[in-house]
Design a protein around this ligand. Structure first.
Ligand SMILES: [Zn+2]
Length: 264
């Protein structure tokens, strides 16, 4: 009997790591440089209403800076969304998305809640504004994939990331884990601890089993895994999505290509 497990990532990798940084301040230049040196990927959340303010990266520099990473939204004006009338929640999301898409040149689908504040109504408004996944600041302390992408809890803030990074690379057997780290790049300036994120990247980039992905790449991949259909006898695997899916079958790692069906 085959046992099918969707516990692999792109390329058959055993685990995934993603970074999530907010506010698009100047310190992102240094952070992105560190990520790029290590092959680490991140999603960056931008407030289009803050362009022109002190320490905020000018809009014309964003797409080059975040090339290879992901541009996402953080509300036009960084307002605490649960306090707003519902139509203004939608405006904060939709208008930010509209502005950031003009700079990014692709469909912007990600968000992080300003000040970490959300509610059921905010989630509905974000969905109505075209958002598919949104990060909270409610740290899960675990390596599980999100149940609900609109309430995507990170594993930890970067201040706690070294111990999680060490735990992840020490796990020899288990697969399917996801380490999700969030923060603000200016915190490294404020606390004079840029070595912290360099150490985290050093620990993780040495592990060949890790897939470094943006939030959006993870959303696409995990959603594709969850939409893959398996026959009752586990012998026919149908992938209706646009993303190749890797999975475990006994001790083997197999791939069912986008839009194809695999007969085992
Ligand atoms: Zn913020």
């Amino acid at each position: 009997m085959n046992v099918i497990r969707f516990d692999k990532y792109k390329g058959g990798k055993h685990r995934a790591v993603t970074m999530s940084y907010d506010d698009a301040k100047e310190a992102d230049f240094r952070l992105v440089e560190i990520f790029n040196l290590h092959g680490v990927k991140g999603t960056f959340h931008i407030n289009s209403g803050r362009f022109g303010m002190e320490n905020i990266i000018p809009p014309e520099k964003l797409s080059k800076l975040y090339e290879g990473h992901e541009m996402a939204i953080h509300g036009v004006n960084h307002l605490t969304l649960p306090y707003l009338p519902a139509h203004d929640m939608v405006k904060e999301v939709f208008n930010d998305r509209s502005e950031i898409e003009k700079l990014a040149g692709y469909v912007v689908r990600g968000m992080s809640y300003p000040n970490g504040a959300y509610s059921d109504e905010v989630v509905s408004a974000a969905r109505a504004g075209g958002i598919k996944y949104a990060r909270t600041i409610d740290c899960s302390g675990n390596f599980r994939q999100p149940e609900d992408f609109m309430r995507w809890n990170p594993t930890c803030h970067h201040n706690d990331a070294i111990s999680y990074a060490e735990r992840l690379v020490k796990m020899s057997y288990y697969t399917g884990h996801l380490l999700y780290i969030y923060g603000h790049s200016y915190e490294f300036d404020k606390n004079n601890n840029w070595s912290l994120i360099e150490n985290v990247c050093d620990i993780l980039s040495g592990d060949e089993r890790i897939w470094f992905a943006t939030n959006g790449e993870l959303y696409d991949y995990i959603t594709a895994c969850r939409s893959t259909e398996v026959s009752a006898d586990d012998k026919i695997i149908r992938n209706p999505s646009a993303t190749d899916v890797w999975f475990s079958c006994e001790n083997e790692t197999l791939c069912v290509k986008a839009g194809e069906t695999l007969y085992l």
